[in-house]
Ligand binder design. Structure first.
Ligand SMILES: [Zn+2]
Length: 237
């Protein structure tokens, strides 16, 4: 390896770390939003089920009142029946009682149905609550981790920038100039391409190298760029 190249690879590592941190500035908030949406959806479906349960319980209680009213009305009619004096009166009270009985029978049927519905919604709530709990238990550590990472992005970046300054100071001037020239044009931060004797390929763009290029690299000395991607190639036996 040409002298000074180790200092370049060190600089390269820091630059890749910086690219990683910058990428996480975009990706972590997106990942966090996705996880929070998953957690929120469980809460929303629970809210909807609880609202449904509340309505059913209210309907049941209203119906119970109606049934009680119909029952006492039926009892009153029953009492009047024993006191009627004419057939006409008897028929009228009888019709009235039949109506109340009909109302009661219908109401009791509805009562059964509502009680069934309530039991079903309660079972659904228990199920969704269980799912929501395991999902929360599963996702919360990742959510916490992401929030912490997002909060430390700025300090991580300035820490890495300081490391970079220190590492760059150790690189021979000519090499540093070449490195920075390539680095400016690379969004992915990959400047150094380690080429090994086995596959003889640029590790940045995966272009197969010409034999004469391999020979130059093997001899060492000078700064050699990949003709395809411009990265600085370093030979490794
Ligand atoms: Zn290349």
């Amino acid at each position: 390896m040409t002298e000074g190249f180790e200092t370049l690879t060190c600089l390269q590592e820091i630059d890749l770390k910086i690219v990683g941190i910058e990428k996480s500035r975009e990706e972590f908030p997106e990942q966090l939003a996705e996880l929070e949406a998953v957690l929120q959806s469980a809460t929303s479906s629970l809210d909807a089920l609880r609202e449904k349960l509340g309505k059913a319980v209210k309907t049941k209680s209203d119906l119970k009142d109606q049934l009680e009213t119909a029952k006492s009305a039926l009892d009153r009619s029953q009492e009047r029946l024993s006191a009627v004096k004419t057939n006409k009166e008897y028929d009228a009270v009888h019709v009235e009682m039949e109506n109340f009985k009909h109302t009661l029978a219908g109401g009791e049927k509805r009562m059964e149905k509502i009680s069934d519905d309530i039991a079903k919604v309660e079972a659904q709530i228990a199920e969704v609550e269980g799912e929501a709990k395991s999902r929360t238990d599963e996702l919360t550590p990742r959510v916490t981790e992401l929030r912490e990472k997002i909060a430390s992005i700025d300090s991580d970046l300035s820490e890495a920038a300081a490391e970079r300054t220190a590492a760059a100071a150790l690189v021979p001037k000519q090499l540093l100039r070449a490195y920075e020239n390539v680095h400016r044009g690379k969004k992915d931060g990959r400047v150094i391409s380690i080429v090994n004797s086995t596959d003889r390929t640029c590790q940045v763009c995966f272009q197969k190298l010409q034999p004469q290029v391999v020979n130059i690299l093997r001899r060492g000395g000078g700064i050699n760029h990949c003709q395809n991607c411009g990265s600085i190639m370093i030979w490794q036996e």
